[in-house]
Design a protein around this ligand. Structure first.
Ligand code: NAI
Ligand code: MG
Length: 501
């Protein structure tokens, strides 16, 4: 293996990274009650760059108590909606002011190209927080005509008043660390909840920096508490804590199931976003160039570590050979490198484990009979680089077509008819996203009507908006984020009945 290439971003942010080796509880940066730490790896070269706190049970209990105290405190509980809106606007401004720094921090921690982090993660986060700020002043209940049929007389007046669910445990993954944290934190703060946030052990730096910005924005202490820690210990303690009212989670299906059990056991409200195996369907009227471009963006964006990644490509048989050739050429030409290099199109994966897991899936696909056209190899250099892989002649019986790989691995399959491809697209337990590529309105409609997905795209893929609900059907999860649906997920309607006469 060649020698280690130093990451220049680390020198630039050394002081900041050192400062973040704490827990953020009740507005204070605190040490752990224990000794355990989490190594922070630089995916671009595999070096350990810091040690974070691995929160233990005592730390988690402190964080939940802090969130509870703040939730019932007059300063937060009685805060006017206009003030909650102003604070979120201020937070968005601060994120914007520090967007370059946050993008670089995200790249250091996750490995993704800085350019992509700035453009997608940061721009997306800033506008999302502003969108959620607006909701703080637009929360409404209903007034309802009621008859009370069992009474002959009496006049009644009824309404619902939405109330914040309370203390929220937010558990987030490592693929879009800051953005996933904000998808949960921003609606929670808009509605008047308080939060204990546990970032993923592989990528906690931007979440911790968010804690500093929340304090700077002027939020009361305890509104947002941040505990770095391992899933099996800190995460597990948090989701079982009796004083947590709601759990919101994005991550893997097995962990989602554990969390769902914990939530029901404690009658906590919960939202689960559990990934997918999303199909992209190319109809015969689409050009090979458009199909290749769309498929490449659909699967290789963010190194394939995207819950909606277009990991199953179904191509009409008339285009199949050309599209396979085109996407393989595209993959082979991609420039793979560290996130700090502005020429990089494909950065390293998040971790050694993930890089090994992805390569093992590629080998599994070959042993299942798929044809590896290109990629699927570790690069001969330090860091978690995997060359983008195309597995052709795959089929729905293969594990590589059924299981979420979460890396730059595309499976490609031919089809002959619209009815057939709908059945193939629906042939996994997941149901997060799907896309159809066609200018035939009838075919587009037939597919979006019948495909098993929480979100479908026509002639695009991976396009989200703060106002459009996002989430899965089937094993892709329960509940929705983004949009009004997300606000409602942090509120419970309190029904009030008044006797007037
Ligand atoms: P994971 O689902 O185990 O981890 C996600 C988050 O859950 C992390 O913050 C982790 O600390 C926490 N967690 C883990 N176990 C927990 C527990 N028992 N109680 C409470 N919290 C817990 O996912 P992991 O291990 O990082 O990745 C494994 C695979 O999961 C990936 O290869 C990918 O296929 C999938 N994944 C999917 C994501 C998505 O957006 N759909 C995001 C991350 C991973
Ligand atoms: Mg990391």
């Amino acid at each position: 293996m060649s020698t280690i290439i130093e990451n220049p971003l680390i020198t630039r942010h050394q002081k900041l990274i050192k400062r973040l080796q704490k827990l953020f509880i009740a507005g204070q940066w605190q040490d752990s009650a224990g000794e355990e730490t989490i190594a922070v790896y630089d995916p671009s070269n595999g070096q350990v760059i810091s040690q974070l706190v691995a929160a233990n049970e005592t730390d988690v209990n402190k964080a939940v108590s802090s969130a509870r105290e703040c939730f019932v405190s007059p300063v937060w509980a009685a805060m006017k909606p206009t003030e909650r809106q102003r604070l979120l606007m201020r937070l968005a401004d601060l994120i914007e002011q520090h967007a370059d720094e946050l993008a670089e921090l995200e790249s250091i921690d996750n490995g993704k190209p800085v350019v992509a982090a700035r453009q997608a993660d940061l721009n997306g986060s800033i506008e999302f927080v502003r969108y959620m700020a607006g909701w703080a002043t637009k929360i409404t209940g209903e007034t309802l005509d009621v008859s009370v049929p069992r009474l002959k007389e009496g006049k009644f007046f009824a309404y619902t008043k939405p109330q914040p669910v309370g203390v929220v445990a937010a558990i987030v993954p490592w693929n879009f660390p800051l953005m996933m944290a904000l998808w949960k934190v921003a609606p929670a703060l808009a509605t008047g909840c308080t939060v204990v946030l546990k970032p993923a052990e592989q990528s906690s730096l931007t979440a911790l920096r968010l804690g500093e910005l929340v304090a700077e924005a002027g939020y009361p202490p305890g509104v947002l508490n941040i505990i770095t820690g391992y899933g099996g210990t800190a995460g597990n303690t948090l989701v079982h804590h009796p004083d947590v009212d709601k759990i919101t989670f994005t991550g893997s299906l097995p962990t989602g199931k554990l969390i769902g059990h914990a939530a029901v056991e404690g009658m906590k409200r919960f939202t689960l976003e559990l990934g997918g195996k999303s199909p992209m369907i190319v109809m015969p009227d689409i050009s090979v160039e458009q199909a290749v471009q769309g498929a490449a963006m659909g699967i290789f964006y963010n190194q394939g570590q995207v819950c909606t990644a277009a990991s199953r490509l179904y191509v009409h048989r008339s285009l199949y050979d050309d599209v396979v050739r085109g996407i393989a050429e595209f993959a082979a030409r991609m420039s793979i490198g560290p996130g700090f290099d502005s020429n990089t199109q494909l950065g390293p994966l998040i971790s050694e484990d993930q890089a090994e897991k992805v390569c093992a899936y590629v080998r599994l696909g070959q042993s299942e009979g798929a044809e590896l056209i290109t990629g699927g190899q570790r690069l001969d250099r330090p860091g978690y680089y995997v060359s983008p892989a195309v597995l052709a002649n795959a089929n729905n019986q293969m594990r590589v077509v059924q299981e979420e790989i979460f890396g730059p691995v595309l499976t490609v399959m031919p089809f002959d008819s619209t009815e057939e491809v709908i059945e193939l697209a629906n042939g996994t337990e997941y149901g997060l996203a799907a896309s159809v590529w066609t200018n035939d309105l009838k075919a587009a409609h037939q597919i979006t009507e019948n495909v098993k997905a929480g979100i479908s795209w026509v002639n695009c893929h991976n396009v989200l908006d703060p106002n459009l609900p996002f989430g899965g059907v089937g094993f892709s999860g329960i509940g929705r984020e983004l949009g009004a649906a997300s606000i409602n997920a942090y509120l419970e309607p309190h029904s009030v009945m008044m006797r007037l006469a």
